[in-house]
Design a protein around this ligand. Structure first.
Ligand code: HEM
Length: 415
């Protein structure tokens, strides 16, 4: 099984279609030791779901202390890795509980419902741009734009252009998603953008301190620092996290959803006929095209997974995308089927203590985009699409399409 390494996901053709790679792993070696990564790869739904919920696995990265971590990292990575270690997603209790307690409340479903009107305006503007563009691209004008604009408004980042924000978000996404979280080459461009992101967020925090009346999630988190719930480093680290998690993943879901609609006329017609299915469609699209392909944990003690002993201190990579297409759980797993009775068992948003608390926002943005697109003609591919070279945060960089607004008589309201 030597050749079955997560490293092969770095090849562009595998990023474009990793499904046979995952299927082979799941079939031939569902608990597989990857010698290149020195990590176990889990691909069965049962194993991935139970590891996500198992407190014997730690989410901590500890770059600062682990061998080959911060000490060995290139100088340009030091500042970045210090912040990475302070992300809520890479913390265990009690730190995790404290950070999540400060970060999650503004994104609870009740708060997110209040944002629906604002998000609908952002979507309408993006669709206007798509409709008017000389060379419409579903990523530039829609999939990337909508979540970036929403997170820009939520964090109070109005002074930063969307293109800069996209560059920053992509760069931090490249660091966060790299296997072992240490990019192997000296990617000067990436690190320069990460430095700019940190500087930009420090300035954002300073602005909020100068003007405490500014209402934004940043303002609430600055208040949490004053109350002692967050340290200054944790504040910056988790703002970095919100920029990338809040835009990149949702952009990837919307982009993959549009691509699916260009290829799947039956799905388009089904949704067009009954928009109450949109909520279910978003879940199915997240199951089939997970924007986060995998996450990692470290065993805190000796454990057994699927009959395979895993020693304390070893790393496991939980391949969410493989679990979501496990035929033992989802019949015809590669098919987007909006009436599927058990879609809710997918793990695209994680599970357990670290489950995504941005999911209600991501779901709403994606649903509103699809709803808006359905008001026009079915999008048609207008040229080759291109995937970003990020195997974990898997998403399109470019998707040229033809799409025109139409006068649609709605059959059924949006869910
Ligand atoms: C389609 C969009 C999204 C997907 C697929 C997604 C996926 C995920 C997954 C799989 C996890 C769990 C990671 C793990 O267990 O290691 C997670 C956690 C997280 N997500 Fe999302 N996410 C999305 C959107 C968002 C948005 C919009 C935000 C914020 C605005 C967000 C913020 C977070 C945060 C802060 C965590 C860490 C939670 C914790 O560790 O307690 N995500 N997300």
């Amino acid at each position: 099984m030597q050749e079955l390494s997560l490293r092969s996901l770095q090849r562009p053709e595998v990023i474009a279609s990793p499904w046979s790679f995952y299927a082979r792993l799941r079939r031939e070696a569902p608990v597989h030791f990857d010698p290149c990564l020195q990590s176990w790869l889990l691909t069965r739904h049962a194993d991935v779901a139970s590891a996500l919920a198992d407190p014997r696995f730690s989410a901590e990265l500890r770059h600062e202390t682990r061998p080959g971590g911060l000490v060995a990292a290139q100088a340009s990575m030091h500042r970045a890795l210090r912040y990475l270690d302070r992300h809520v997603s890479f913390a265990d209790p009690p730190t995790h509980t404290r950070l999540r307690g400060a970060l999650a409340p503004p994104l609870r479903p009740g708060h997110v419902r209040l944002l629906e009107r604002c998000v609908a305006v952002v979507v309408a503007e993006a669709l206007d741009e798509l409709d008017a563009a000389a060379a419409p691209d579903a990523i530039d004008q829609l999939a990337a734009r909508v979540p970036l604009r929403v997170i820009q408004q939520l964090l109070g980042l109005d002074g930063v252009s969307l293109s800069t924000l996209r560059r920053w978000s992509n760069a931090w996404g490249d660091v966060v998603a790299a296997p072992g979280h240490i990019p192997t080459a000296d990617r000067a461009e990436v690190m320069k953008a990460v430095d700019e992101l940190v500087d930009g967020l420090c300035e954002l925090v300073a602005e909020h301190r100068r003007d405490p009346s500014r209402a934004s999630i940043t303002g609430a988190l600055v208040g949490a620092v004053a109350d002692g719930a967050l340290s200054e480093d944790e504040l910056i680290a988790n703002l970095m996290m919100l920029v990338t998690a809040g835009s990149e993943t949702t952009a990837n879901l919307i982009g993959s959803a549009v691509l699916e609609l260009t290829r799947n006329a039956a799905l388009w017609e089904r949704l067009r006929a009954d928009r109450t299915l949109l909520g279910a469609a978003v879940e199915e699209l997240a199951r089939v095209h997970p924007p986060t392909q995998y996450t990692a944990r470290t065993a805190l003690e000796d454990v057994e997974v699927g009959g395979q002993p895993i020693a304390r201190g070893q790393t496991v990579v939980l391949i969410l995308a493989a679990a979501n297409r496990d035929p033992d759980v989802f019949g015809q797993p590669d098919v987007v089927w909006v009436e599927r009775p058990n879609t809710h068992r997918h793990v695209a948003f994680g599970q357990g203590a670290h489950r995504c608390f941005g999911a209600p926002l991501a779901r709403m943005e994606t649903r509103l985009v699809l709803d808006g697109l359905l008001d026009g003609e079915r999008p048609v591919a207008a040229g080759p699409s291109r995937w970003r070279l990020n195997a974990n945060l898997r998403g399109l960089d470019s998707l040229p399409i033809h799409w025109t607004r139409g006068q649609v008589v709605r059959a059924g309201a949006a869910a």
